[in-house]
Design a protein around this ligand. Structure first.
Ligand code: PMP
Length: 397
């Protein structure tokens, strides 16, 4: 088949990250569907990835973007000028969070949120040591990579940050590593790229206790779990504990690039002095992204997304059973389908793709199919999609 002009340019000039990109040539996207230039329609069952929680191009988000376009785009580096979309969104976000999370620093992506959180923890505690967990993922810039718990990704880029210590996730062993020299412990309450692994309640409480005792800050990376993906606005709400710094991105901008780290006024003081302006960004909190994020959050808060995420989990657990399937893991609409082996997993994802269903892997596991549909997905579309997965599994057994 002759390659389209766009496809040729993609393969010639876009820096590639693997030899086998999915390579869909996008025409448009709406709701749960992505339409390609060859006239096909795909159901997006991973929300690209955990971003489009309200589906693609939610009308409220599009409207907010349009209105902001008519007012202004970028005007000044973050933190200098007062911009309505930033202030309003920060206020709405903080109104949904516990009292110690009352200040927002806006960035453009998840990894920048991690970077900012690590710097904030080091500066506000005056300590250097960081504790992180095996199989975690916190982003691909150097600081984030330093606390990402998989050596195959870290090793080619060494030396990274010093004084980072990795512990087993969900294990009480080694928690005494969190001591008076520890600036912060960073973790995902549900490990995403590690294979959709929820933290256990008692263990998480113990981590929180250890941080309190040692005066270390607890950083929750909710970049993937945030904004109702797991059934609560934020996953920490399932556990009844509160982090000192919360990292957000992905679904936050309703499809626009957007990230943030949120903490207390007291902790954030560290960024104002010695020297002033010690953490700045040009584009963080872009007015169009903030306008989109505000509209996105308003819709999320006005719908029954807690129930919808619960419905997605219940339906998946009901339908996805039988041979070849080891387990359905996760919470709400952040699910992983654990299959028998890597070959089956690869074949199932490929076969579903051919049948118009977009699924994916997680970065650290090759036997897990990621399922993270838009939260707006109708029951019927969800059931039909899950049946396609089930059929594909049966085909390859
Ligand atoms: N943390 C977590 C938990 C993530 O899932 C991701 C993205 N997969 C990131 C950080 C990095 O986000 P970004 O790609 O926006 O830098």
């Amino acid at each position: 088949m002759k390659q389209s002009d766009t496809r040729q340019k993609f393969f010639r000039h876009i820096a590639q990250t693997s030899d086998e990109p999915m390579g869909l040539e996008i025409d448009r996207a709406e709701g749960c569907f992505i339409y390609t230039t060859d006239g096909r329609r795909y159901t997006d069952l991973i929300s690209g990835i955990a971003v489009s929680s309200l589906g693609h191009r939610h009308p409220a988000v599009i409207d907010a973007i349009r209105r902001q376009l008519d007012k202004h785009l970028h005007v000044m580096v973050y933190g200098e000028f007062i911009q309505e979309p930033q202030s309003r969104f920060a206020q709405l976000l903080c109104s949904q969070l516990p009292g110690n999370l009352d200040r927002v620093y806006f960035v453009n992506s998840g990894t920048e949120a991690t970077e900012g959180a690590l710097k904030l923890a080091k500066k506000s505690t005056g300590r250097q040591k960081l504790v992180a967990f095996l199989n975690s993922y916190h982003g691909d810039t150097h600081g984030s990579l330093s606390v990402t718990g998989r050596s195959v990704y870290r090793d080619p880029y060494k030396p990274l940050l010093p004084d980072v210590h990795f512990l087993d996730f969900n294990s009480f062993d080694g928690l005494d590593m969190i001591d008076e020299t520890t600036a912060a412990v960073i973790m995902e309450p549900i490990q995403g790229e590690g294979g959709i692994i929820p933290a256990e309640n008692n263990w998480l409480r113990e981590v929180r206790n250890r941080c309190n005792e040692a005066g270390s800050l607890l950083i929750f990376d909710e970049i993937q779990t945030g904004f109702f993906r797991t059934g609560q606005l934020f996953a920490f709400e399932h556990y009844g504990i509160v982090p000192d710094i919360l990292c957000l991105a992905k679904a936050m901008g309703g499809g626009m690039p957007m990230g943030a780290f949120v903490s207390s006024s007291d902790i954030f003081k560290a960024f104002k002095y010695d020297p002033p302006l010690n953490h700045v960004t040009t584009f963080g909190g872009h007015p169009v992204s903030c306008a989109a994020a505000l509209a996105n959050l308003r819709v999320l808060l006005s719908g029954s997304f807690e129930k919808k995420a619960g419905m997605i989990e219940k339906t998946a657990r009901k339908i996805l059973t039988g041979s070849g399937i080891t387990e359905v893991r996760g919470r709400g609409a952040m699910l992983g389908l654990q299959l028998r082996d890597a070959e089956l997993t690869q074949n199932v994802v490929k076969s579903c793709f051919e049948k118009g269903l977009i699924l994916g892997w997680t970065l650290h596991s090759n036997t897990l199919v990621r399922i993270a549909p838009p939260l707006i997905i109708e029951q019927e579309l969800l059931e039909d999609s899950l049946q396609i997965i089930l059929t594909a599994i049966r085909e390859y057994l």
